[in-house]
Design a protein around this ligand. Structure first.
Ligand code: TXA
Ligand code: MG
Length: 315
């Protein structure tokens, strides 16, 4: 069921049930992070392997200290600048966070969503919410309540509707190695924005076997149709007679029917492109295409995160 009833959502969450919630990045599948029962329901509903840890969500920076044991200076600066917002910090975990949340890791991922409905909900709760993106494991993240309903509607008792997600890409995940910031997942805050606050950072989000972020699996965000990346005009002749779709940045690709195209931002705005990406991929995926051809966006700002999702969709 989809609705806007915050008190019903709270009632379910207090009873250790799961609820899908809006955030400014993507919709999350939320449960009480301090309840191993609620957290194991999240893993079940998502069909997510138990080695892939969950982000916990809270309402205010002041609350982070209750769930972590340490805050490096760089983390403090980033929190000051980007929380609430599409940033997740990996910090040493406090005892109170159950091991099932972090898949046994000594670090916990913490985020403060900026979405007003998520803020209101989290402020009223006296526990943090563990929430992965509200999609079946490996599929495209949802950016509307309807996306969640389409795939998990029969498994989730309630979906809070906060409208379409303003950012449309998952949060940027930042951890710390010897006090230095390391980006583990490119997301809604550009690497350049992180660097403007803490100086040059390492980016380690491409490996498929990265023990620091086991969930950064190479094949992810994948529609059912195969995705092929490159120069669309060059690729197209190989698919004669096939149902071909296209994902482009500003201009549709010649030779492909308009309704099978996803043009991310005609004005060349990367934030708009990010906002349109996942919903557009779902629309194309519903057309039963044989293949989706996609071009890279400029490798700068949010373009880097979008290219990362396209690569994972193609993997
Ligand atoms: O924007 C977002 O981050 C959304 C919204 C709902 O908050 N959440 C989200 O969660 O994208 P999820 O579970 O789909 O992706 C979280 C990623 C996973 O790939 C996981 O491996 C990584 O974060 N992660 C979580 N906790 C971690 C930890 N303790 N150590 C390393 N990686 C962690
Ligand atoms: Mg996810």
């Amino acid at each position: 069921m989809i609705g806007k009833d915050l008190s019903y959502a709270i009632q379910l969450l207090r009873a250790e049930a799961v609820v899908a919630i809006p955030t400014e990045t993507v919709y999350g599948l939320a449960g009480n992070a301090l309840s191993p029962k609620a957290v194991s329901t999240i893993f079940e509903v998502k069909n997510r392997p138990s080695f892939d840890p969950l982000i916990i969500h809270t309402s205010h920076r002041e609350r982070i200290a209750a769930f972590t044991t340490e805050m490096p200076e760089a983390a403090r600066k980033l929190a000051q600048r980007f929380m609430p917002g599409p940033l997740t910090l990996l910090l040493p975990k406090a005892e109170i966070i159950p091991d099932i949340v972090t898949a046994g890791s000594p670090r916990v991922a913490v985020r403060i969503p900026a979405h007003p409905m998520a803020q209101e909900l989290l402020t009223m709760l006296d526990f943090p919410l563990a929430a992965p993106s509200a999609n079946p494991f490996g599929y495209i993240s949802p950016t509307t309540a309807r996306h969640v309903e389409d795939q998990l509607g029969d498994k989730v008792p309630y979906i809070l509707d906060g409208g379409p997600c303003r950012v449309g890409l998952e949060s940027t995940i930042v951890g710390f190695e010897e006090g230095q910031a390391v980006v583990y997942r490119k997301g809604g805050i550009a690497v350049e924005e992180i660097e403007a606050v803490v100086g040059p950072v390492r980016v380690r989000s491409h490996s498929s076997s990265n023990p620091a972020a086991p969930g950064m699996l190479k094949s992810h965000y994948a529609p059912s149709a195969p995705v092929v990346l490159g120069d669309i005009e060059m690729l197209l002749p190989q698919y004669e007679g096939k149902r071909v779709g296209a994902i482009t940045f500003q201009r549709p690709a010649p030779g492909i029917p308009a309704e099978r195209q996803l043009t991310l931002s005609p004005t060349g705005n990367l934030a708009e492109a990010a906002r349109n990406l996942f919903a557009g991929m779902r629309r194309l995926d519903a057309l039963n295409l044989d293949v989706i051809l996609a071009e890279f966006l400029p490798e700068e700002g949010l373009g880097r995160a979008i290219n990362d999702r396209l690569r994972r969709a193609a993997a």
